[in-house]
Design a protein around this ligand. Structure first.
Ligand code: IPE
Ligand code: IPE
Ligand code: MG
Length: 239
């Protein structure tokens, strides 16, 4: 049963890096660089709030592969840089890292980096940072269906055994609770293929601030809005 007040799992669509750079006449990669800095700051902020147990951030969508090759390369380099600069301090602070998305599309060195990071931080439990990379929710659900279909074909399960809970266990997010609150920065009000299954009852919060400008104060404002909402999960209002 989820608590009606404290948001334990926050998901963020970190949008607006390109516009932030364009407004300043800077190249897009500078916007992404500032976006990474914004995430670093927000992580520090979240660490101070013991109610938050999971933070899932959308860093690169499956559809983002359609962007110019130079931008994709910049984003992958930024990812490498972020890990080099931040990994040890994240581990020192006891942050568990998880990655969701189609890893097979990522460069081999990044795949290795992700696997090693998950293994090294697997025993931490206070705060889990889940990074969505090469992630698309529809593709994730399709992959989960493929796994279950193989099991059914081999006779390990019957098709009628397939339940929402079983499907959930086959998703990349297995073991991670559904998000309580989903924040999208940058002013657009859509999910862009992010956590479609998992956000069935998630509270949505859209804000106009571009991701590089998103601060701890903006984050706390979102938490305040969340705290004032009544979550009914389809049931009746309880006074
Ligand atoms: C979000 O910023 C980061 C990624 C999608 C990788 P954008 O690059 O989408 O920024 P806008 O939406 O163009 O401003
Ligand atoms: C969503 O932002 C993906 C990430 C923030 C990583 P996009 O900028 O890719 O989304 P659309 O294209 O505006 O829907
Ligand atoms: Mg965008």
């Amino acid at each position: 049963m989820q608590s009606p007040r404290a948001a334990c799992h926050i998901a963020i669509i970190m949008d607006g890096n390109g516009r932030w750079a364009a407004q300043r006449g800077l190249p897009t990669r500078k916007g992404h660089r500032e976006g990474a800095e914004s995430l670093r700051r927000l992580l520090k902020h979240c660490k101070k709030n013991p109610a938050i147990t999971h933070l899932t951030v959308y860093a690169f969508s499956q559809e983002n592969w359609k962007r110019p090759a130079s931008e994709v390369a910049d984003l992958m380099d930024l990812l490498r840089y972020f890990f080099k600069a931040e990994l040890e301090s994240l581990l020192k602070e006891g942050v568990r890292l998880r990655f969701i998305g189609d890893r097979s599309a990522l460069d081999a060195d990044i795949q290795t980096m992700l696997a090693e990071t998950e293994a090294r931080s697997a025993h931490f439990s206070q705060l889990t940072l889940c990074i969505a990379l090469s992630y698309g929710s529809r593709q994730e659900i399709a992959r989960a269906c493929q796994k279950l279909a193989s099991k059914a074909l081999s006779g390990a399960i019957a098709p009628s055994d397939i339940s929402p809970e079983m499907l959930e266990r086959a998703l990349d997010t297995h073991g991670i609770p559904d998000p309580d609150l989903l924040i999208r920065t940058g002013g657009d009000e859509r999910l862009s293929n992010f956590l479609l299954w998992q956000s069935a009852y998630t509270e949505l919060y859209f804000c106009d601030v571009l991701w590089p400008d998103f601060s701890g104060e903006h984050f706390d404002q979102a938490l305040e809005h969340f705290a004032a909402r009544e979550r009914r999960f389809g049931g009746r209002h309880v006074a």
